[in-house]
Structures are given as structure tokens and as C-alpha cells.
Ligand binder design. Structure first.
Ligand code: SF4
Length: 309
């Protein structure tokens, strides 16, 4: 195969998480999906009981439950990915709101997590309205031991959509959380959803641009999935909104990638929906096919992260 015949790489078009982790840790680093037994204020009655409208359970379907024995849970989670031969791991507490618990519980859980020798970083999925100053101070302490980053579920900058999806906080709360996390030296990764009901591609691009300007170090793009058992599924069945076609998703994803700064780390280009619960869009169930289609489109359109910043 001549050099020019190399298969195209979407990494050439954007700053991928894999590239970033290799630069930072010198080798491939694997994520351990962990479930610290948290809940959300949108579920426990504080802000609501049915969660965000699209959420079927805090993306914890594949996460390893972590009880009292943190080390044992990490070892079990490592075995799940050990076929890939990894030596370095990121502990990713992805289920529900990873800072929504008494401070003592957070301190014990996360201190034990970062003390594991194979854990090179701690990543906590949470909400910007669940980061009181004392929690940020704890994250700052932990960050002196191992790098800590927080993943904030913003989803959109548009307040009307935020109300519809029952996000439960205004945009100003996000801005304040990012500022306080950065003052504490904590990296921020922001989640956004493409294809939210009522949003045009222009509105979606605005969200990406806003996140890009927020100073956050990373971004995760997620296609809107309609999942069984959610209130979103009810609205979808009533015909209240359409879902994106694959072509439309890729077009708006390209706009978002080009609207964010070139040095922002792209943690994800699309989501891993729980296939058994997925109602729509069904094309998203074949992730390999989707990534191939993104790959081809990025090459065809010569996508370049940061081009329209
Ligand atoms: S999307 Fe996040 S904050 Fe909302 S209910 Fe699900 S886990 Fe909780």
C-alpha cells in the first residue's frame, strides 16, 4: 500500500480523546465506567422525580457498581477491558450525578479511587448545580494527587429547550460552575446533545460555539436518543418532534466541530445508546457504521476543527 493509500483517519480533522491521552500519558489509556451509587436532584424529588426528559437512567447501563470496596470494584472493571491489555486507566464515575452525595462519602470514594496505582486520572460526571464550594475544594485536593476532570451535562444553551428537557438549572449556573472549577484548577468537559426537539442546526451550533468560548477543555457530542421508558418517548410517539437522519446528524456535527477551538479535546462524536431501549433513531444502533460514515464525510468535506471559531 502506498502512503497515499492509507485509510483516512477522522483524527486528522479534530483533536480526539485518544490523541490527547497518548500525548498526556504516553500510551493508550482506558476508561473504567464506574457507578458510585449516586442519584440526581431531578429524580429524588429536589427538582423533580422523573429525571431529565431523555434520560433512561444516568448512562450507567455498563458501569461497574462501586460499593464499600473501591479497589475490588476497580479490579473487576479492569478485567472487563483487560482483553485490550491496558495498564493505565481513567476512573470514570458516569452514572447519575457524581457529586450529589454527602461530602464524607465523596471524600472516601474518590480518595480511595485516586490511590489505586493503575488509575491515572479521575473523571466525574455531574451537574453544574451540584458543585458547592466545599465539593470543589475536595476536587482541588484530589487534583493534587491525580488529574481530576468534571463532565458537565449542559446539553443546550437555549433556555426554552432546557426547560423542555427538564435540565433544572439556568445557563448562568453553568457559567459559574466552570469559573469556580477553573479557579480550582479542575478541567471541564461539557456534554451537549445534537437534535434536541425544536432546535435548528443554527441553534445547535450556537451551543457548541458557547461551550468552545467557555474555556472548557473538552466536549462530548451526543445524538439525541429516544429511549424506552422516558417521557421523551411519549412525546416522540405523539409525533411532537422528528429525530435526525444520519446525514443531518453528520452535517450539524461538522458545523459544531468547526465552531470549537482547535485545541479543545473531543471526547466523543456520538453516543452509545443502550440498544435494547433504543426507539429512535435506529440507524444509531450500528456505531461502527456511524463512525465510518462520519469518517467519510469529514474527509469529503475537509472538516477542520476550529475553522469557523
Ligand atoms: S441526564 Fe443526568 S442529571 Fe438528568 S436525570 Fe439523567 S443522570 Fe440525572
Amino acid at each position: 500500500m502506498k502512503p497515499n493509500d492509507q485509510p483516512p483517519s477522522i483524527d486528522a480533522h479534530y483533536r480526539s480523546l485518544n490523541m490527547y491521552l497518548r500525548e498526556r500519558f504516553g500510551e493508550k489509556v482506558y476508561k473504567l465506567a464506574l457507578d458510585g451509587g449516586f442519584i440526581c436532584p431531578t429524580r429524588d424529588g429536589t427538582l423533580g422525580t422523573r429525571g431529565c426528559i431523555f434520560c433512561a437512567g444516568g448512562s450507567g447501563a455498563f458501569a461497574q457498581p462501586v460499593g464499600e470496596d473501591v479497589r475490588a470494584a476497580i479490579e473487576t472493571a479492569k478485567k472487563r477491558v483487560s482483553g485490550k491489555g491496558g495498564k493505565k486507566f481513567i476512573a470514570y464515575y458516569q452514572s447519575y450525578t457524581g457529586t450529589y452525595a454527602p461530602l464524607d462519602r465523596l471524600r472516601t470514594l474518590y480518595t480511595e479511587t485516586v490511590s489505586h496505582p493503575d488509575i491515572v486520572a479521575l473523571s466525574i460526571g455531574t451537574r453544574p448545580d451540584c458543585l458547592p464550594d466545599e465539593t470543589v475544594a475536595l476536587l482541588k485536593e484530589l487534583n493534587r494527587v491525580k488529574p481530576v476532570w468534571t463532565e458537565l451535562g449542559l446539553q443546550t444553551v437555549h433556555e426554552a429547550t432546557a426547560r423542555y428537557i427538564r435540565r433544572g438549572y439556568p445557563l448562568a449556573v453553568f457559567d459559574d460552575a466552570v469559573r469556580r472549577l477553573h479557579e480550582a484548577g479542575i478541567e471541564v468537559v461539557v456534554h451537549m446533545i445534537l437534535g434536541l426537539p425544536g432546535e435548528t442546526p443554527e441553534m445547535t451550533e450556537e451551543t457548541a460555539r458557547y461551550i468552545g468560548r467557555s474555556g472548557a477543555e473538552g466536549i462530548k457530542f451526543q445524538l439525541l436518543h429516544v429511549l424506552e421508558g422516558t417521557d421523551l418517548a411519549e412525546d416522540y410517539r405523539k409525533g411532537l418532534f422528528p429525530v435526525l437522519t444520519q446525514e443531518a446528524y453528520i452535517r450539524v456535527l461538522e458545523r459544531c466541530i468547526e465552531a470549537i477551538p482547535a485545541d479543545m479535546v473531543v471526547h466523543r462524536l456520538t453516543g452509545d445508546g443502550a440498544k435494547r431501549e433504543l426507539i429512535a433513531p435506529l440507524w444509531s444502533a450500528d456505531k461502527k457504521q456511524v463512525l465510518n460514515a462520519i469518517n467519510r464525510a469529514f474527509d469529503r468535506d475537509a472538516v477542520m476543527q476550529g475553522r469557523t471559531v
